[in-house]
Design a protein around this ligand. Structure first.
Ligand code: ADP
Length: 376
């Protein structure tokens, strides 16, 4: 057996990604040293970004597997250390360049990330269910996706995506946990236990600002923001912090839901945001005899789309109608979105087609309001 070649080992390590940052550990300055004996025993010392990093077992496994595959290697010994403050500072510069600490990447000119703020008039219409399923479906298509759960009253995104991990902090960056290839940050991850958040406007604004600026989202294709129901402060904050965010309105067919959904959508008029479309959820229940039971009435989604189109003077499509399906609820409770768990179910098919419509849109200025207001 030839003695393992150190360059070949480095090349193998360059194919190991940090599970949280999703970039090669060699590029992140995480490989401190590599030695190989004549007998093929390799010792690798890897520096974790923070002590107690929740990903250390996976990292050890990935490094061992990659190095074991190199010719001449008989055994691999992975030792873990922790970066110094200076090393973390360097890592931060490597990841974020010299962007100022509180700069929101999505608000910068030239940002390629499409930001969708998912809004509803009232709670319980399935806004979070739609958000997590769209996120999972877009990630399954190979897009890089993040979800920011800003629903302070009913943060349910972590459960629905099965996120159990907590964010870790590296220097001044917050590393979001990842589930089903979706990066997730929720206001619920920053409150002890299951306590309600009683923050008011200015604090919410700052929390949102921090989530957008300090979380290391990487190069996202799509960021979905789950807003609290209604027309509250958060929607205005979103418009201020990420002016290019587009509104996705979720409603049920019901008249009451439709009226409040229109009101929620009409914020776009005041904030000059574009409305990407309307999703009608809980549209009907498929019965065993093949008929449809329209539990909440019909036509709500189309009515909201038409009304928002009329009030904004833009095209507002009804992007999809999602039937009621027990598997949507179960998937949410178990952290396995229905688009992944029962991909052939009618609800999953409908959700995926909404995701396809969102994925097909490229970021451009076409149809975007210039935000001009008449001079008084
Ligand atoms: P919101 O975010 O608008 O408050 P949720 O997404 O939390 O609403 O949904 C409310 C409840 O309805 C949850 O228990 C969820 O599992 C369930 N649900 C949502 N959409 C559907 C659907 N299409 N079929 C069955 N249950 C659904």
């Amino acid at each position: 057996m030839p003695q393992p070649n150190i360059d070949a080992i480095h090349a193998a390590l360059a194919r190991v990604n940090d599970p949280e940052i999703r970039k090669p550990i060699t590029e992140l300055g995480m490989v401190e040293s590599v030695t190989a004996s004549a007998e093929g025993v390799v010792a690798v010392r890897v520096l974790l970004t923070v002590a107690g990093c929740p990903m250390k077992e996976q990292l050890t496994r990935d490094v061992t597997a990659a190095v074991s595959a190199v010719e001449g290697v008989t055994s691999v010994d992975v030792a873990l250390g922790v970066m110094t403050d200076a090393q973390r500072g360097e890592l931060r510069t490597r990841l974020r360049g010299d962007a100022p600490a509180n700069e929101i990447p999505f608000a910068q000119p030239g940002s390629r990330t499409r930001v969708y703020a998912v809004a509803s008039g009232k709670g319980g219409v399935g806004k979070s269910s739609v958000t997590v399923n769209l996120a999972a479906a877009l990630a399954a298509r190979g897009l890089s996706v993040g979800v920011l759960d800003a629903d302070i009253y009913g943060f349910s995104v972590p459960r629905m995506l099965g996120v159990t991990g907590r964010p870790t902090q590296v220097d001044q960056m917050i590393m979001p946990p990842i589930a089903h290839d979706v990066k997730v940050i929720s206001i619920g991850m920053f409150t002890p236990g299951n306590t309600a958040v009683v923050w008011r406007g200015p604090m919410l604004h700052r929390a949102l600002q921090q989530f957008l600026a300090d979380v290391f989202w990487g190069d996202l294709d799509v960021l979905l923001m789950d807003l609290p129901p209604g027309t509250g402060d958060i929607a205005i904050s979103v418009a201020q912090l990420v002016p290019s965010a587009e509104l996705l309105v979720v409603t049920t067919p019901q008249i009451a839901a439709r009226e409040v959904a229109e009101r929620a959508g009409s914020i776009a008029l005041q904030t000059h945001q574009q409305i990407v479309g309307v999703v009608e959820n809980m549209s009907w229940l498929d019965l065993p005899d093949g008929s449809r039971l329209e539990l909440f009435g019909s036509g709500g989604g189309q009515a909201v789309a038409d009304s928002l189109a009329a009030s904004t003077g833009t095209r507002v499509p009804l992007l999809g109608q999602i039937p009621i399906d027990q598997r949507v609820r179960e998937g949410g409770d178990d952290g396995r979105p229905v688009v992944l768990d029962a991909p052939d179910s009618p609800a999953a098919v409908a959700l995926r087609s909404v995701a396809d419509a969102l994925a097909a849109r490229s970021k451009s200025l076409v149809g975007k309001s210039l935000g001009l207001t008449p001079v008084r």
